[in-house]
Design a protein around this ligand. Structure first.
Ligand SMILES: Nc1ncnc2c1ncn2[C@@H]1O[C@H](COP(=O)(O)OP(=O)(O)OP(=O)(O)O)[C@@H](O)[C@H]1O
Length: 199
């Protein structure tokens, strides 16, 4: 793929939930190295926009173009099964995204989020922040140029977890990836803002 080509485009996108039009006329072009902070009040449609960008659901108007391939969508909830171990969970998540699932990849990804010594622990025995780390670890095994769509990824993380995530985000952007991130937190990395509350 041409490195200067867009990885993800939203063209005049509109989203309806029930009878409510959440947003319309949203345009966004994400290229290699782009970080976009998706802002908006509670209920403005950030999660809905990320889902449309990932190809889940149909827009009321407009289109999503994904020249960079299928994005990795990391939802607001962790969607992990209590009875699986940390390593089994990550192995499963990598499979869902069609990523390499070998033991070395799993161990390296867990290590990035300080989970190497918890690989045999069951999810049901972890704290919320530790579960968030397991969910995030899949990003460490993602292909370099894949667009990442992240819904409140910092939620539940302590300072060390936040630092690990921000380091991974910066690395992904340096390697030609792109990130669209719904967040209520103050920007910790330089990027553009897409504000769904803007008139
Ligand atoms: N399955 C659904 N059916 C109907 N309406 C829905 C559904 N899911 C969400 N909505 C509505 O769509 C609107 C936008 O929800 P969404 O989760 O996209 O907002 P958000 O900006 O991510 O909010 P938050 O900041 O609270 O996470 C809300 O008013 C919500 O009630």
């Amino acid at each position: 793929m041409d490195p200067s080509a867009p990885a993800l485009q939203l063209n005049a996108l509109a989203c309806r939930r029930g009878t409510r039009l959440l947003f319309r006329g949203v345009n966004l072009t994400m290229s290699a190295g782009d970080l976009v902070w998706l802002r908006g009040r509670n209920g403005s449609g950030k999660t809905s926009l990320l889902r449309l960008a990932a190809g889940l659901g149909r827009p009321a108007q407009g289109e999503v173009v994904r020249p960079g391939g299928t994005p990795v969508l990391l939802g607001h909830t962790n969607a992990l099964k209590d009875e699986l171990t940390v390593a089994e969970s990550l192995h499963f998540l990598l499979g869902v995204h069609g990523l390499v699932q070998d033991a070395a990849t799993v161990d390296a990804a867990l290590d990035r989020f300080g989970l190497a010594n918890r690989r045999h622990q069951r999810i049901g025995q972890l704290s919320q922040g530790q579960r968030r780390r397991v969910a995030l670890a899949r990003l460490a095994a993602s292909r370099s140029r894949t667009p990442w769509l992240l819904d409140e990824p910092h939620d539940g993380l302590d300072a060390e977890g936040t630092q690990a995530l921000d380091a991974l985000l910066a690395e992904h952007l340096r390697c030609g990836g792109s990130v669209l991130m719904a967040s209520h937190q103050a920007p910790s990395l330089p990027g553009r803002v897409l504000d769904l509350d803007a008139p």
